[in-house]
Design a protein around this ligand. Sequence first.
Ligand SMILES: Cc1cc2nc3c(=O)[nH]c(=O)nc-3n(C[C@H](O)[C@H](O)[C@H](O)COP(=O)(O)OP(=O)(O)OC[C@H]3O[C@@H](n4cnc5c(N)ncnc54)[C@H](O)[C@@H]3O)c2cc1C
Length: 422
Amino acid sequence: MEPAEMSPSSSTYEVAIIGAGFVGVATALWLQRQGHRVTLIDQDPFAEGAYYGNACTIATYANIPVATPQVIKQIPSLLFNPKSPLSIRWSYLPQLMPWLVRFLCASPPGKVESIAQKLAVLLSMVNRGFEPLFKVSNAHELLESNGTMYLYSSQKRINNARPEIDLRRQNGISVQELSQSEIADLEPALNRIYHSGLLFNDAYHIRNPLKLLNKMGQAVERQGGLIVKNKAMTIKRLTPTKLSIVTEGSSISADKVVVAAGAWSRPFAAQFKDRVPLDTEQGYHLMYTGAQDLLNRPVGWADVGFYMTPMDTALRAAGTVEMGGVDNPSNPTRINLIAETVKTLLPQLNDHSSEWTGFRPSMPDSMPVIGPSANDKDVFYAFGHGHIGMTLSGITGKIIADLISNNPLDIDISPFRVNRFN
Ligand SMILES: Cc1cc2nc3c(=O)[nH]c(=O)nc-3n(C[C@H](O)[C@H](O)[C@H](O)COP(=O)(O)OP(=O)(O)OC[C@H]3O[C@@H](n4cnc5c(N)ncnc54)[C@H](O)[C@@H]3O)c2cc1C
């Protein structure tokens, strides 16, 4: 590692990170950059968590929370229409209730404006968070900078999206509005069932997130970091300066612990009496091998809430939301909904070659938890990134590393504090 990349702080720490998803691995790389020693602990074989199946977008435009007045107004039709982007497993409703109440509380216009502004600040730092990580991982070849497109099926749909378009622009996010013929010029393979669309020119995408994560993991190991496959059970305080992560069968001691266990992070925070309303928005993807050349950029179909993204050797259709907890099995109705809708947009496609489901770690206000525990100075949280966890992983890692190194922060992180719902 270049000396210039080391932390100006004199202390270097042993840091254990629970969760080797994008957030955990990006945090490990930033900590190493600042001179710390890291151990990543994951219950699954490396690179098989929620990141594996995402829609590949570095969504620097995604400052609009899920809970908006428009979404709340549509909730009855969203929940009872099998073709809607959102579904709930009804037997999970009692457990979901506290989350839903906070979701509703986050949806009034003033709240939405405030969240959109805070997320926009974080999103404006995405490239600063990623650039050194792409460099150390030799990952630039996996990036594609053609923007991201949203499509709307009718004038009514784009009218409904108007407040969101305005909120993006007010926060400095570039949005180009597209007519039907402009969309056809940019994406000629699409069936012209769309009415109009948007282009986010500053966005880019990853041709293969799994390859990116593997490259980042290899960089962690090249720089002396450890990646351990084991399930973390609890975090114990051993001495005033030492913690221990008890895993199935062993324990790992550390000066600092970062909880980056995605949708599974809540019990670790609860151990330190930090109560977080974290739940999951389950999503799906379908792969179309060899069909990557049909599109030039990720294209989102707003009606059903998924993207079609050209990857290195396939087209991936990924998205939709199902609320049913982290033990919910894959739901064929959601898979069929995506499969049928993709065929209406790209009728030339063959059937999909594989399918997948994964669990977004979701907070009711769509803002992540980034920062220290309210009750233990050596425990840090980096989870709850919902729909934009890959996008925000680099900057989250930088913030956590700066906190641990005691470096000045580039951003006010109080909106992302763990106890903001108390
Ligand atoms: C369909 C879909 C499409 C998406 N599209 C995008 C997109 O285009 N752009 C974007 O930015 N984001 C996207 N996302 C969201 C993004 O994938 C997630 O926000 C992100 O993966 C969260 O990263 P994470 O590291 O916090 O959690 P995860 O990726 O879930 O990683 C957490 C890790 O913790 C491990 N873990 C959990 N419990 C334990 C334990 N007890 N012990 C040890 N390890 C444990 C898990 O095995 C897992 O590997 C999408 C998500 C889905 C589902």
